[in-house]
Design a protein around this ligand. Structure first.
Ligand code: B12
Length: 266
């Protein structure tokens, strides 16, 4: 036993010497690197990182007062903050409870931006949004739903961890112009091809925009109806194309033009 313990100590020295055991990163350094430089956005982002919903709300209101629009505040403040949280989590510097508190602060921020964006009375068309079966990561879906509503679309937000059949039945009954899905896990995104296959079986043809951290273009384009949704703010442009009657194939092919210049990364 003693010999093994000594051996482990020796190995640690060897690992250190050859930099195989990295020095633990400091949270402050990660936060400093990830924070936006503009103070309007860095305060919002810091509120998310600290899980401080009150700070998120007050800094967003201050940003609106300084003339910043809610969409920019979402992208450059809230999402920037969540990206830092992701980084801290991946580096082992944040644990799940901290990520959950940050996610709650982020949700408060999305609500504040949603109120500011307002909901136009006239509805342009219906969209169904959901998070894949087995998956509870709903921040991206909430942003997508808020932006669609703010742009005049009626949204049926089915929530998170939505069974495949519930999505299919809602599409069958409500006949939306477009359906969206969000998945953050490689294990849950497999619900998307199952939804597409069930819709096809029922003879329903519809653009099905699938996004979320785990999802890739290659995966989504392997099944009919699938369009890879890259950024939440692309959703209203895609809905406009669907309402105009563009087919899922055309939307897939013309994604870059429709969403305003996004170039796919392969
Ligand atoms: C926040 C978070 C959580 C929170 C979720 C809170 C919430 N209400 O969502 C909590 C703490 C609850 C959580 C739990 C878990 N998590 Co988690 N979590 C994260 C984290 C840190 C950030 C995810 C996030 O919100 N990103 C920000 C949002 C805005 O991004 P987004 O949804 O992708 O949306 C963007 C785009 O994709 C796009 N988009 C999304 N949808 C759509 C749709 C359309 C139509 C369009 C156009 C665009 C679009 O728009 C947005 C940007 O504009 C990630 C780390 C990471 N690197 O992603 C891990 C991560 C996703 N989690 C992970 C895991 C494993 C878990 C747990 C299983 C952990 C556990 N052991 O319990 C559980 C999941 C339980 C379950 N069944 O779902 C893994 C998944 C690994 C994988 N690839 O399979 C990750 C990647 C961490 C990791 N590296 O291990 N998590």
């Amino acid at each position: 036993m003693v010999i093994l313990a000594d051996k482990a100590k020796d190995l640690r020295t060897v690992f250190r010497r050859y930099s195989l055991e990295a020095e633990p990163a400091s949270p402050d350094a990660v936060i400093k690197t990830g924070l936006p430089s503009d103070p309007n956005f860095s305060k919002v982002a810091k509120g998310v990182i600290d899980g401080d919903a009150a700070a998120v709300e007050s800094s967003l209101k201050a940003a609106f007062g300084a003339g910043i629009d809610p969409l920019t505040a979402i992208n450059d403040g809230l999402i920037a903050g969540m990206n830092v949280v992701s980084d801290l989590y991946e580096k082992g510097l944040y644990y799940l409870p901290q990520v959950m508190i940050a996610a709650d602060a982020m949700a408060v921020g999305i609500g504040v931006c949603e109120d500011k964006l307002g909901h136009p009375a006239e509805k342009k068309g219906l969209v169904v949004t959901h998070v894949a079966e087995g998956d509870i990561h709903d921040i991206g879906k909430e942003i997508v739903s808020a932006l669609l509503a703010a742009n005049g679309y009626e949204v049926i937000n089915l929530g998170r961890d939505v069974p495949v059949e519930d999505v299919v039945n809602t599409v069958r009954e409500k006949k939306p112009a477009m359906v969206t899905g969000t998945a953050l896990m490689t294990t849950t995104m497999t619900a998307f091809p199952r939804i597409a296959a069930r819709l096809k079986e029922l003879g329903i043809v519809i653009p099905f925009v699938c996004g979320g951290g785990a999802v890739t273009r290659e995966f989504v384009e392997a099944y009919d109806y699938g369009i890879h949704g890259v950024k939440a703010h692309h959703a209203p442009h895609l809905a406009a194309a669907a309402v105009k009657g563009k087919s899922w194939k055309t939307i897939r092919e013309d994604y870059e033009d429709i969403t305003g210049g996004y170039a796919y990364k392969w």
